[in-house]
Design a protein around this ligand. Structure first.
Ligand SMILES: NC(=O)c1ccc[n+]([C@@H]2O[C@H](COP(=O)([O-])OP(=O)(O)OC[C@H]3O[C@@H](n4cnc5c(N)ncnc54)[C@H](OP(=O)(O)O)[C@@H]3O)[C@@H](O)[C@H]2O)c1
Length: 287
């Protein structure tokens, strides 16, 4: 359902694209096989969904050629949401329904392909949320649901009440937690689509000045030379090598960077090379 590489829109405000420029960018991404676009209600201070929606509205037929992932559940305090008085999480029926209706309006669409609960709400009532998901699905407003940044036990509690399809987690050679906390294993076990946000550690893979960052970069560069590929391609291939087949959620607005991510689909790393990158990231040999 999702493309092997997902394009993230969190940084859209930094790209300086006009509405027609954004249409062109989406068309280029589609031509590369990137058909899934990752949003959240809060991106750009609640502005990114509307910018994307304007691009969709201006181009007949474009919506049908792509999938929209968006998220809800974080409340930011901003003039765009005068009702919010504290940065907090909210997975109540009232908030989720309201948020989805706002996202649908902003995105100029009648349905969201995948809705993710952005962060684990400490006050989440899983039965209420499952009922809310069923209501949204029955209304045709959301086709499928998942979570983001949830621990395996938190995901499992909701999944027992409503069949989730995806988990979006931070994963990169500089963020190895999903390999250790059971998140990727759980996706594999339950058949959930894993998505990896900040696959290049938000750019720190290439700009990190610390010893760890330098160590990882050196290994990526050496493997890049061997494979005649860009270091970013090797980094994406490393993520995708896991049997849960995580979909990297890219963060760059540069088309060349999207191309480097897509090239990872055909770069197969040996298990030893995979562990070479893991070792550089974790700073130790396996036991
Ligand atoms: N679920 C969540 O909680 C959550 C949290 C954060 C993000 N996300 C999603 O994940 C997406 C990606 O996050 P991210 O932006 O942190 O991802 P990323 O791909 O790790 O980082 C992108 C950043 O790295 C820079 N960069 C430096 N060298 C690069 C290279 N060779 N290739 C590509 N980029 C390079 C980019 O700059 P240039 O633009 O100049 O290339 C950009 O600023 C977001 O857009 C959002 O959709 C989800």
């Amino acid at each position: 359902m999702l493309s092997p590489v997902v394009a993230g829109l969190m940084r859209l405000p930094e790209w300086g694209l006009s509405s027609s420029g954004l249409v062109g960018w989406v068309e280029e991404a589609l031509a590369m096989g990137i058909t899934s676009f990752d949003h959240a209600d809060i991106y750009g201070g609640y502005s990114v969904e509307a910018a994307f929606g304007a691009a969709l509205a201006s181009t007949p037929g474009l919506r049908r050629r792509l999938q929209i992932i968006t998220k809800c559940g974080i409340k930011l305090v901003t003039p765009a949401r005068p009702g919010h008085t504290l940065k907090s999480y909210d997975s109540s029926r009232a908030h989720v329904l309201h948020s989805v209706n706002q996202s649908l309006r902003a995105l100029c669409t009648d349905h969201i392909d995948v809705l993710l609960l952005h962060r684990p709400d400490l006050l989440m009532d899983p039965d209420e949320l499952a009922d809310t998901f069923r209501e949204l699905q029955a209304a045709g407003k959301v086709l499928a649901f998942g979570v983001s940044n949830h621990r395996p036990d938190q995901l499992a509690m909701l999944h027992r009440r409503f069949p989730l399809v995806a988990q979006q987690i931070e994963f990169s050679p500089l963020h190895l937690q999903p390999l250790d906390d059971g998140s990727l294993a759980q996706c594999l076990d339950l058949g959930l689509q894993a998505m990896a946000w900040s696959p290049l550690a938000g750019g720190r893979l290439f700009s990190g000045q610390d010893e760890r960052g330098q160590r990882v970069l050196q290994v990526l560069q050496a493997l890049a030379r061997q494979h005649d590929a860009a270091p970013a391609t090797v980094a994406h291939a490393w993520l995708m090598r896991h049997p849960a087949r995580p979909r990297p959620v890219t963060g760059s607005g540069r088309l060349a960077a999207l191309r480097e991510a897509v090239s990872a689909m055909t770069l197969h790393l040996s298990a030893e090379d995979w562990y070479r990158i893991w070792q550089a990231g974790s700073g130790r040999e396996v036991a």
